[in-house]
Design a protein around this ligand. Structure first.
Ligand code: ARG
Length: 463
């Protein structure tokens, strides 16, 4: 007799060891051990309440599961590949603890609804931590924005100097992106808050189970409405990965700028020593490794999303073993985004801002050309014509090394006699920034307003 596996009744032979290893998920799904025990406890409590199991059987199982919880916490449980996955490993351990009555735990349940439930619990438990970590980063962004409302730097398009902006405004742009990331993860909670348990293998069960009770015990908002859907879909994981990919993409763009700005050519920022590394050969080096790593890790999160989308796209309903591939990418995504957020928070909190270098970069760069065109437009010159005139002045200035603010008034008055001394006021970078006071613009009043709104929002989530 080759009956060794829990599902081995109809088998005559066991497979090769390496096939067994290929099929096993215990090496990674043991990360859901806590959730598996939690799910089993709720399930058996429900079986007891509905009298599907006798109180004495159920109580023995509950006591055994509680013992396993303690052992898990103490790091005393060992899992084996022979038992394939976390579900069968824990059942085997339970059997060791309490004997054959452990076999009653799986009444009215399948590994298919069990694994889906574990995964829901796993994501459900981690979502708040992800959101808290984003909030921490948002807090630092607001703090630094507040310190830098009047720090002037070049704003870029095409990585060419475009118009001067407030560094505070720049930081608040990332605050807003992260705010939407929070909202996406908040929304993710709704679809994660559904309970697959009770779908059994795919079709429900003939036992008089009470799914609403189990859902309540596990703090799920509701059971899945359709048993086939409950065991087949992983869209809540896809959502998590998509959200993680978008979050990392935001962080990656921020990192790209930090890396650029730490370079000799820019020199806008200097990272604190604890977030930089040196070179083993070049003694002068201070490399922004942590920012590069976050940028680099974005690739693998994007990969996890695409991987799971591809795994699921061709699957017929209901469960297929392909779905075992849903876990490693998810676990890795959690393991990646948490320290990435933490490193970004610390890096930004401690980075030194070279305000002089930032401001200097806007002094001779013609990024006030729009100001001059706007000035002419307010004097009645059609904007298109003003644009062309200023374009000519920039061309000349580039050839002669003269900035717009160095052009004498007489020359300006040849272009338009209405031009007055006040043009030089408007041409200052700081004034240019201050005056961009349209809603959501870089004007100081606008930036301060954004910061106030952000602080209010954060104070409502003081968790
Ligand atoms: N280890 C499996 C997984 O992660 C559990 C579900 C197995 N179900 C089955 N019918 N083979 O997907």
């Amino acid at each position: 007799m080759a009956v060794k596996r829990m599902w081995g009744g109809r088998f005559e032979a066991t497979g090769a060891k390496w096939v067994e290893e290929f099929g096993a998920s215990i090496t990674f799904d043991q990360q859901m051990a806590e959730e598996d025990l939690e799910g089993s406890l709720a399930h058996v409590t429900m079986l007891k309440k509905t009298k599907i199991l006798s109180a004495s059987d159920a109580d023995q199982i509950i006591a055994g599961l509680r013992k396993l919880q303690k052992q898990l916490e103490a790091g005393e449980l060992t899992f084996t590949v022979e038992n394939e996955d976390i579900h069968m490993n824990l059942e085997a351990l339970l059997t060791k603890e309490i004997g054959p009555v452990a076999g009653k735990l799986h009444t009215a349940r399948s590994r298919n609804d069990q694994v889906a439930t574990d995964l829901h619990l796993y994501v459900k438990h981690r979502l708040p931590h992800v959101i808290w970590a984003i909030r921490d980063l948002q807090r630092v962004l607001v703090e630094k924005a507040e310190e830098n409302v009047e720090t002037i730097m070049p704003g870029y398009t095409h990585l060419q100097h475009a118009q001067p902006i407030s560094y505070g405004h720049y930081l608040m742009a990332y605050f807003q992106m992260l705010q939407r990331d929070v909202e996406r993860f908040e929304f993710n909670k709704h679809h994660t808050d559904l309970m697959p348990l009770g779908a059994a293998a795919l079709a429900g069960t003939t036992f008089p189970i009470d799914r609403k009770l189990t859902a309540q015990l596990l703090d799920f908002q509701a059971p899945y409405a359709n048993s086939l859907d409950a065991v087949s879909d992983r869209d809540f994981v896809l959502e998590f990965l998509a959200n993680a990919a978008i979050l990392m993409t935001h962080l990656s763009r921020l990192c790209e700028e930090i890396i650029l700005w730490c370079s000799y050519e820019f020199g806008y920022l200097e990272l604190d020593d604890q977030y930089a590394t040196g070179s083993s050969i070049m003694p002068q080096k201070k490399n922004p490794d942590m920012a590069e790593l976050v940028r680099g890790k974005t690739g693998r999160i994007n990969g996890h999303l695409l991987g799971l989308l591809t795994t699921i796209k061709g699957l017929p309903l209901a469960y297929n073993k392909d779905l075992q591939e849903d876990k490693e990418g998810l676990f890795d995504a959690v393991k990646t985004i948490m320290p990435s957020l933490k490193v970004m928070t610390g890096m930004l909190a401690t980075a030194r801002v070279n305000k002089a270098k930032m401001a200097q970069a806007t002094e001779r760069d013609f990024s006030n050309a729009t100001e001059l065109a706007d000035y002419l437009a307010t004097k009645g010159v059609p904007f298109r014509q003003a644009h062309a005139i200023v374009g000519q002045l920039v061309l000349e200035g580039l050839k002669t090394g003269t900035t717009l603010q160095e052009i004498p008034l007489a020359k300006y008055q040849e272009i338009d006699p209405a031009i007055g001394e006040d043009v030089y006021h408007d041409l200052q970078s700081k004034v240019a920034v201050e005056r961009r006071n349209s809603l959501g613009g870089t004007g100081f009043t606008q930036v301060r307003h954004q910061i106030e709104v952000a602080k209010h929002l954060l104070s409502q989530h003081d968790d």
